[in-house]
Write a protein that binds this ligand. Sequence first.
Ligand code: ZN
Length: 175
Amino acid sequence: MAERDTARALVYAAENQWSAALDRGGVIDFFGSKLTLPQQKQFETIEDMQKYCNGVMVNEHVMSRYPSAGSVVVRARAGQRMAHYESASKTIAIPLSGTAGEPSWACRESVLLHELTHHLLFSSADPAAIAIAIHGSAFTTSMCWLVCEVLGSEAALVLQGAFQGSGVIVGAYVD
Ligand SMILES: [Zn+2]
């Protein structure tokens, strides 16, 4: 019997808190230190999200750390509440609101960085090993690394703090 993905709910709770801070952006108090967060991007269309993901995947540090990841496809996922990564087709499925494909809560940089982390990890290790703990410490550590690369060290520090505050293990993510 496969182990359950026990960390998932904790990871999602931590990321929701972090994403809300990134919606606001600006200076926050972080355990007594002042940190300046960027404001995260919100996207209107699948095409915009595809462009964003293409940009991340040609980042030179991303390419050198995950040389076999390659490009990722972003598609709409109708009638579903969760964003999702499909490793077999290297596809990120994002729920849109409404029949006309209006943007939803999921059309955010924080959500894409989560799903891109799955894409990077599936390219770099045995998929069967990843599937056991899909939101485990390899995931949280890699997501902090990717956030540090794309959004900067302060956004990564706050994400790491949110994970740790939820009781999720994060490894050292700075190279
Ligand atoms: Zn996930």
